[in-house]
Design a binder for this molecule. Structure first.
Ligand code: NAG
Ligand code: NAG
Ligand code: NAG
Ligand code: NAG
Ligand code: NAG
Length: 393
């Protein structure tokens, strides 16, 4: 949900400019409050609008009813066109990435849960050629089970940081997703589960995560984190599954980090208005200063990962086509790929590249660059970029 990272960049800039431009603080606060609404809607997600058949987004509304007939004639559960583990590898792809941010297409309650196992299998076949790790944002629409089933059917080496998004005034959303994850672990075991992330960008509506409403928000997160830990402990699993939290880079409450084993931090140079060439150095510096160093100083020393970092390839409006430093473009995504990926691998920085596919629902809802962060287009073709020439550990 890159939109919310706007805050990230803004607050970073704010820190830099502190005292110089007090007025900008109020702009930022205004944005934070405004984005609360988006956070409630968008975060509530984990996901995407459907879109299956439509290459042209033309024929507006009425369903292309994606469940059926997209890839193979055999849709929905059960249909197994051939052996999903026998798929053609693309020579342009190799496992350069530590991890990848992934949202199954259509796994959004608001849009009717149009995600299908077939499409998820197709995606896992592609993603597995780039990385051994993915992170999900939520658990609705049975996406956790579908991803795990797809990993089993494709027989790929892949671990998943599954996710539960937390919404302040909707505890049922937490419970529903927790139970879906419980069910998925009961069915598929722990083999492919790397962690359970509770909360995504939950604290983005607060200006100081360690006081006032920040503490109220942290209390909600802490209760859900504790509940997830108890759920896992109660399952008597054969391996320990860590529980973590995800937020924009400047929005981790200390009490939350002290309660988790890992933090997933969004670090977006685009929203900090860097140039494309300056993006990777900015990301490394920001992550070190704002996340790695503070986390290492805590008694529990939570592992920190970059949850999202990337570069958009276009904007749906002219106003957002340039961030003040560089354009949103495939050429600049290539610059970021070439200066971040292998360097992060070498430095032992753990990251989830943002993101695998363009997400049409974000473009529809938010416009600007929101829908255009994919390495792949929404039709699952690789953009005009070259995957960096290294293999991630
Ligand atoms: C980046 O540029 C945009 C557009 O000029 C501006 O609104 C925003 O405050 C800037 N952000 C930062 C972090 O400088
Ligand atoms: C769908 O599955 C059925 C039974 O598994 C098979 O007979 C049929 O050929 C499949 N259709 C397509 C289009 O793959
Ligand atoms: C894999 O698929 C190809 C093409 O569909 C087929 O020729 C080949 O026999 C399959 N291999 C196995 C082991 O099933
Ligand atoms: C969830 O997905 C799994 C894997 O595809 C499937 O076996 C199961 O029936 C699905 N559950 C529901 C309620 O759709
Ligand atoms: C921010 O969210 C927290 C919990 O998510 C909530 O308690 C608080 O009222 C929100 N603050 C504002 C200013 O909306």
């Amino acid at each position: 949900m890159s939109k919310y990272q706007t805050i990230d960049g803004m607050s970073y800039a704010l820190e830099q400019e502190k005292g110089r431009k007090k007025r900008s603080k109020w702009i930022i606060i205004g944005c934070v409050v405004g984005l609360l609404v988006l956070a409630a809607i968008g975060t509530a997600v984990g996901v995407v609008v459907s879109k299956n058949n439509s290459k042209s987004s033309s024929s507006s509304s009425s369903s292309s009813n994606s469940g059926k007939g997209s890839n193979s004639g055999n849709s929905t559960t059960g249909g197994k066109p051939g052996d999903p583990s026998n798929f053609t590898k693309d020579p342009a792809l190799h496992q350069a990435f530590y991890g990848m941010a992934y949202t199954p297409e259509g796994a959004l309650i608001e849009f009717g849960c149009t995600n299908t196992l077939e499409n998820t299998i197709r995606d896992i076949q592609l993603i597995s050629q780039l990385t051994k790790r993915i992170r999900l944002y939520g658990a609705d629409c049975n996406q956790t089970a579908q991803v795990l089933e797809a990993i089993v059917q494709t027989d790929v080496d892949m671990e998943v940081f599954v996710g539960i998004y937390v919404v302040a005034d909707d505890h049922d959303a937490y419970l529903r997703q927790r139970d879906l994850i419980t069910g998925a672990i009961e069915t598929y075991g722990t083999k492919h589960i790397a962690g359970v992330t509770v909360g995504n960008e939950f604290m983005l509506n607060v200006t100081d995560v360690n006081s006032g409403v920040g503490l109220e928000g942290a209390a909600i997160l802490l209760a859900d984190i504790e509940d997830t830990k108890q759920m896992l402990a109660g399952m008597n699993l054969d391996k320990h599954i860590p529980v973590g939290n995800s937020d924009a880079g400047s929005f981790f409450a200390t009490s939350v980090l002290e309660a988790v084993e890992y933090g997933l931090s969004n670090v977006h140079a685009w929203f900090a208005n860097t140039t494309a060439a300056g993006a990777a150095p900015w990301v490394f510096d920001f992550f070190q200063e704002s996340n790695l160093t503070p986390a290492a100083a805590l008694p529990n020393k939570p592992a920190m990962y970059i949850a999202e970092t990337g570069w958009p390839t276009k904007s749906s409006d002219a106003a957002n086509a340039n961030n003040g430093g560089s354009d949103a473009s495939e050429a600049n995504l290539q610059v970021f790929l070439d200066t971040f990926v292998c360097q992060a691998n070498d430095q032992g920085v753990h990251y989830f590249f943002f993101e695998m596919f363009d997400e049409e629902w974000k473009d529809i809802k938010f416009g600007g660059v929101e829908g255009w962060w994919g390495l792949f287009n929404k039709d699952r073709t690789l953009k005009n970029v070259k995957i960096p020439d290294c293999i991630s550990p």
